[in-house]
Design a protein around this ligand. Structure first.
Ligand code: CP
Length: 303
């Protein structure tokens, strides 16, 4: 790993923790890990003897698998557990659980929790570098970062991106982190969806933005589990008015979705599986991006 990839980052709880320079360092490091694994196809020992706790206290497929694979590719020890298979189920508090794990000498914590702010609370109590792997409707910073890396790796520059963010923006932690990241990098975006699930956002600084066609359609999942009351009349009606169809996608345009995808609700199969779709590329880039963030936070300082 090149020596120039240094960062003063101590945590990744929010996109707000990152400077523009941190994002660039992260992307250069990600690219090196991606190329390194493609060329050599084997694990490295950059985090040998480091111990990473993977605490997924809310369900996950992509994020958990990619963090744990990333940690193993870096040679780290991984302690992995979920709420249903831990003593949290017997009434132990989250802070007590983590304090107990700390006695096993953790170097990094990766945490997902349904309550917003839980990863920050754990960092405040433990001072162990912590990565937010999704907390309630608050943030999902590594998802936003890997999505933009996927475009960056395809040659898109921030200034050329015109994003349409479509769906349940109000309840989406991916939207919250992506909007922070796009604002930081001055990427222009518009929001499409039912007014009942909108959130306010900064307008684009470019004067003719409203006349520009978008080149990235970013579809969000309908977050039924986080909606307090029925904000959407029915999934069929949502699909009729806002579901992405193959005919919505035009040459020069990419389609993204963080997953899990609800086919036939926010996106039709013909669109999700079309050549416009980067949905599986996003998953692939997630491993390299998460290797980079684990490495930058977990390597020995000065190393
Ligand atoms: N995108 C995402 O967070 O997926 P998982 O819930 O499967 O981790």
């Amino acid at each position: 790993m090149s020596k120039q990839h240094t960062s003063n980052l101590t945590n990744l709880l929010s996109i707000d923790d990152l400077s523009q320079n941190d994002v660039l360092t992260l992307y250069q490091t990600t690219l090196e890990f991606k190329r390194g694994f493609e060329q050599q196809g084997k694990n490295v020992d950059l985090l040998k003897n480091r111990t990473i706790a993977s605490l997924f206290l809310e369900d996950s497929t992509r994020t958990r698998a990619s963090f744990e694979l990333a940690a193993k590719r870096l040679g780290a020890n991984v302690i992995s557990f979920s709420a249903s298979a831990s003593s949290l189920k017997k009434g132990e508090s989250l802070v007590d659980t983590v304090q107990n794990l700390l006695q096993m000498k953790l170097d990094l914590i990766v945490m997902r929790h349904k309550v917003s702010g839980s990863p920050r609370l754990i960092y405040q109590r433990t001072k162990v570098p912590t990565i937010n792997a999704g907390d309630g409707a608050n943030e999902h910073p590594t998802q936003a970062l890997l999505d933009l890396f996927t475009l960056w790796e395809k040659g898109f520059k921030s200034k050329d991106l015109v994003v349409a963010l479509k769906g349940d923006v109000l309840h989406s932690r991916v939207a919250a982190s992506s909007i922070r990241l796009w604002n930081k990098l001055e990427i222009c975006y518009k929001i499409i969806g039912p007014k009942t699930v909108m959130r306010s956002f900064l307008p684009c600084k470019s004067d003719n933005f409203n006349n520009q066609p978008f080149n990235l359609l970013y579809n969000l999942r309908i977050q039924r589990e986080r909606q307090e009351k029925d904000l959407i009349s029915s999934l069929q009606e949502y699909n009729r008015f806002f579901g992405t169809k193959l005919s919505d996608l035009k040459p020069g345009m990419y389609l993204m979705h963080p997953g899990p995808v609800n086919r036939g609700v926010e996106i039709d199969s013909e669109a999700a599986d079309s050549p416009f779709s980067l949905i599986l590329d996003q998953v692939e880039m997630g491993v390299a991006l998460r290797m980079a963030i684990l490495y930058l936070l977990g390597k020995k300082k000065g190393g």
